[in-house]
Design a protein around this ligand. Structure first.
Ligand code: AMP
Ligand code: MG
Length: 408
């Protein structure tokens, strides 16, 4: 039974569970998803300190000439108390002395031989960075399900956290199917074809944070397919393409079923890419994508990306969209739940002129895709659409509205 696109995404969201966890040094955790909430064990900054190179002063001394005989540097642990009629020179990041009410930047005072003259206006606490104003002790500054980036690592380091518990890396195994396929590093005859899907699955999965392994290209026989499957079963996801349609040599599903695949999705009501199968053998997720290159790319972006996000432990595993408008009129065939690929310039969406399922090259130029319903025949210039980005991640913790509705 064909599943709708939304049903298929829903099955992925409910049947796939995050991978187990491991503990990593924070520098090794980039791109991983945190398994537990992290609570600040101390204030950041730890102490009230100066935001400027300047002078620690009393507000009552505004417009006065005050004496200044001491300096506090970053890294010092000052014990003095600031008295009225005096100022203490202080550097950025240095702890403020007892009694300090504000910092006046160096450029705002007049330096004289026997002291400094302060400006007329000095605001309470001005240029003082208060303890805990960045991260307050006891607050949660990182949530389970968040993906770690370089800035998360800065927050972790600032709390003196050296190791963190994250979901483990996803292992992806890829193999092609088809007697006609040859590897891209060999010479081929005019009637032969390079396997372009496998290198694409491998590199895209790597880009999405997985470790990847190429098994081989399997011949179109049950035995060869079973051999390839057996040698990839230690992976978390096996991605194949081809042999899933109704051709005489389309044995992919049969081979996986022989080895115990539980089918979650048999085929999807989508153009291109209807013959897409998603299943499980024990804990390994199986994704059999169509052989047609563009169909396999589109379905990778819609479904494999969703699977990777769910396995990664991310709490925002749903696709989200960017609202944009159509650049110029574009006709579609209609009659199907379909995907329209296009480029996006930050303002408008321009559908790609050529985007046939068997093509390889269009996806190079696709920044995003639209999902459209069978009733849509034209995407009119200026009409509002929801684009699912391809070249970057735009995600949500709830199912967003993915289909675009035509304005006519
Ligand atoms: P199939 O579903 O196996 O009948 O394949 C459909 C079409 O996709 C055929 O034209 C295949 O030659 C082509 N194809 C299948 N696998 C690949 C691949 N890995 N790379 C490029 N084209 C492929
Ligand atoms: Mg084939």
């Amino acid at each position: 039974m064909a599943r709708s696109i939304l049903e298929a995404l829903d099955i992925i969201a409910t049947h796939i569970t995050p991978l187990d966890k491991e503990i990593l040094p924070i520098e090794m955790s980039l791109g991983r998803v945190v398994t537990e909430n992290i609570i600040a064990t101390f204030n950041l900054p730890r102490f009230d300190n100066s935001a400027m190179d300047g002078y620690a002063v009393k507000i009552a001394d505004a417009l006065q000439k005050v004496t200044c005989n001491e300096v506090i540097y970053a890294g010092d642990n000052p014990s003095m108390t600031l008295q009225e009629g005096t100022a203490i020179k202080i550097m950025t990041g240095a702890p403020i002395p007892q009694g300090c009410e504000a910092i006046v930047p160096i450029e705002n005072v007049q330096v004289e031989k026997d002291g400094i003259t302060l400006p007329q206006e000095i605001q309470d606490k001005h240029f003082i960075r208060m303890a805990g104003e960045d991260i307050k002790k006891g607050t949660r500054f990182l949530n389970a399900g968040e993906t770690i980036n370089a800035y998360t690592i800065a927050s972790l380091a600032s709390q003196g956290i050296s190791h963190i518990s994250v979901h483990r890396e996803i292992k992806v195994a890829v193999f092609g199917t088809g007697d006609e396929l040859r590897p891209h590093y060999e010479k081929i005859e005019d009637y032969q074809l390079y396997n372009s899907n496998s290198p694409m699955f491998l590199t895209r999965s790597k880009q999405l944070g997985c470790s990847v392994r190429f098994i081989s290209t399997s011949a179109d026989t049950i035995e060869a397919l079973e051999t390839s499957i057996k040698s990839s079963l230690d992976a978390d996801i096996i991605i194949t393409s081809g042999g899933v349609s109704v051709g005489d040599k389309d044995f992919t599903k049969e081979a996986f079923t022989n080895l115990g695949m539980q089918t979650l999705i048999d085929c999807i009501d989508i153009k291109p890419g209807r013959p897409t199968i998603i299943g499980k053998i024990d804990q390994t997720i199986i994704v059999n994508l169509p052989g047609n290159p563009l169909a396999s790319m589109v379905n990778y972006e819609l479904f494999v990306r969703a699977i990777i996000r769910k396995l990664s432990g991310s709490s925002t595993y749903y696709h989200n969209t960017i609202s944009t408008t159509i650049q110029s009129d574009f006709s579609v065939r209609g009659g199907k739940y379909a995907v329209v690929l296009g480029s996006f310039d930050g303002q408008t969406f321009t559908p790609l002129q050529a985007q046939m399922p068997g093509m390889v090259s269009p996806m190079q130029k696709a920044d995003g895709m639209l999902l459209i319903t069978p009733d849509i025949k034209t995407l009119s210039k200026g009409s509002k659409v929801n684009m699912i980005p391809i070249k970057w991640e735009c995600t949500s913790d709830t199912q967003a509205t993915l289909f675009s509705v035509s304005s006519d």
